[in-house]
Ligand binder design. Structure first.
Ligand code: GLN
Length: 315
């Protein structure tokens, strides 16, 4: 038995299960189970594996991982991690898996907003991938990340604690009070109280959990935007494993944009900007909603495959 044979066996199984990238996924699961890197695989793939107990203890788990993937469990949930903006985020079935398309949004914010004194609000933060990568890569003085799913917020908090260094103070508010998990809560969510930067997590429906009267410079969001009726037609990985609460944008997919556009002017400073990820066919509708609420300089940006993906608008 060689690594190459094991790889081929896994790829065949995944292909017959309808997995789109069967070869790649089988290879990544093999690397995971054998705890080797690609270079090792390439060098050793045709060498017969020693028939030892240690090797058997890697082949078994490899086959288990392949079976999970054959049941169409997304690779990121099996591995428990996903790369986003060059950072590794922990993910599981409590959160949407960070998508490469969403890097378009994060990159645009970093390109347009270079002042580290700015404050950022991320609504529907999910895994925290947008908020945490903006904090790490943009170094902004203050980042707030909100989600109505307490389960998702726990994932975002874990990612913030893993990826932000000690120059950050991290605190979480949960519903029904101001539960403290950080050490910087004495100001009730107002401005920074020390020289350190702040990362705050809020559990609540869009703006609901935020400190009243608070204003931000930048609003970012990748809200649920799939029309409810289209979810059952999505690929098996998405419809059977990713949280419906992270996908469902109600009947026309625009429910969250409507609410964000209407309330954002209360939470943004004059001159502040909103960056929203959108579905490829939602640009006109979302631009219209933002314009109705007084936003200006509305612009649509495309993702790498060339689809409309982000709308930016300013007050
Ligand atoms: N903001 C998160 C992301 O971009 C989650 C989005 C969502 O749950 N709709 O991955």
């Amino acid at each position: 038995m060689t690594l190459r044979q094991l790889w081929a066996e896994g790829a065949d199984l995944l292909r017959s299960a309808g997995v789109a990238e069967a070869e790649l996924d089988a290879r990544l699961l093999l690397l995971e189970a054998f705890r080797i890197d690609t270079a090792h695989f390439l060098a050793e793939q045709t060498r017969p594996l020693p028939e030892t107990e240690a090797v058997r203890r890697q082949i078994g788990p490899y086959r288990d991982l392949v079976s999970e993937r054959a049941r169409r469990k997304p690779l990121a949930y099996i591995l428990g991690r996903q790369e986003f903006m060059g950072l590794t985020f922990a993910v599981d079935e409590r959160v949407l898996i960070p998508r490469q398309d969403t890097e378009t949004l994060a990159e645009l914010v970093l390109e347009e907003q270079k002042d580290p004194g700015l404050s950022v609000l991320d609504l529907c933060t999910g895994s925290g991938c947008i908020a945490v990568s903006l904090a790490v890569l943009g170094g902004y003085a203050e980042t707030a990340a909100a989600d109505r799913s307490e389960a998702a917020l726990a994932v975002a908090e874990a990612n913030a604690r893993e990826l932000l260094d000690e120059t950050w103070e991290i605190g979480t508010w949960r519903p029904g009070g101001k539960e403290k998990t950080g050490n910087d809560m004495q100001d009730g969510g107002g401005g920074p109280v020390s020289g350190r930067r702040h990362f705050r997590l809020y559990c609540g429906d869009l703006f609901e959990a935020l400190p009243p009267g608070k204003k931000y410079d930048i609003l970012v969001s990748n809200p649920p935007y799939i029309p409810a009726g289209e979810i059952s037609g999505l690929q098996a990985e998405v419809r059977s494993y990713e949280p419906r609460i992270a996908l469902d944008g109600a009947a026309d997919g625009l429910a969250f944009y409507r609410r964000i556009a209407a309330e954002a002017p209360l939470w943004l400073r004059p001159g502040g900007s909103a960056y929203l990820e959108i579905g490829h066919d939602q640009a006109a509708a979302v631009c219209g909603l933002l314009e109705e609420q007084g936003f200006r300089q509305i612009q649509v940006f495309k993702d790498l495959p060339g689809h409309d993906r982000v709308v930016r608008a300013s007050l």
